[in-house]
Write a new protein. Structure first.
Length: 241
């Protein structure tokens, strides 16, 4: 990546905050544990991720939301448009800094080494969406269900019909892999070949590591070495039969 990722934090407060988010994000906000941060998504009508967000619930009326800074303005407009008649208020609170813990990320107001977080996030399979990659990937392709970022037993939300159909009646042809290659890290949203698309990438000694959405058999053809993901993210992405 040419530049480090930056992040913007928001608060969403009000009696309708949980109900509103329940109709927007892919995870179940009503069942969400308090004071835990989970990565989730707001999708478009085609079931592809428009906004990736880290969500923390203090209680049913108070949420903290973090998005990448390049999505912050568009995200705020989206929430204010769709939540215009809800009893709640979205406020931008601060610039925050990430820390990787296992397959999750938490945020602090104190500066951290974002380049280190990017590498740790890539290596632990924590795919994240930025403006460059919005509306390209479906939640299941990014293994969000294995990170508690999507629940298939909740009510309706934007894109739910497409996402549920893929889960219950089909299987993704492409899904998340961690790979290593030589040369410079490829650009986000670029295609290494027709069946390997880059979500996140970082330069490392001797080449790069990247999170890609790909057909497994296409990785070798692209000259990439597949690396192991953490156990929680290494299983089949399809619904258990």
């Amino acid at each position: 990546m040419a530049t480090s990722t930056a992040f913007t934090s928001f608060t969403l407060k009000g009696v309708d905050a949980q109900k509103f988010l329940q109709g927007q994000v892919t995870l179940n906000t009503e069942a969400m544990a308090e004071n835990q941060t989970r990565y989730t998504a707001i999708c478009n009508l085609k079931g592809r991720i428009q906004f990736g967000l880290w969500l923390k619930k203090t209680d049913a009326e108070n949420f903290e939301i973090v998005v990448t800074a390049d999505q912050a303005e568009e995200f705020a407009k989206h929430i204010k448009k769709f939540g215009a008649f809800s009893k709640m208020k979205l406020e931008e609170s601060a610039t925050v800094y990430p820390m990787a813990t296992g397959i999750e990320t938490t945020f602090s107001p104190e500066p951290t080494d974002i380049a280190t977080w990017e590498r740790e996030a890539v290596e632990s399979g924590q795919a994240w969406i930025q403006a460059t990659t919005q509306e390209l990937f479906q939640p299941q392709e990014l293994r969000l269900h294995q990170r508690e970022g999507i629940h298939y037993d909740k009510g309706c939300y934007i894109g739910q019909e497409v996402i549920a159909r893929l889960w219950f009646k089909a299987k993704p042809k492409h899904w998340l892999h961690l790979v290593q290659g030589t040369g410079q890290a490829p650009a986000l949203a670029s295609k290494i070949n027709n069946n390997v698309e880059v979500i996140n990438s970082v330069n490392v000694d001797g080449g790069f590591k990247a999170l890609v959405v790909a057909k497994p058999e296409a990785l070798t053809d692209a000259g990439l070495t597949e690396l192991d993901l953490p156990a929680a993210l290494s299983g089949d992405v399809a619904r258990p039969q």
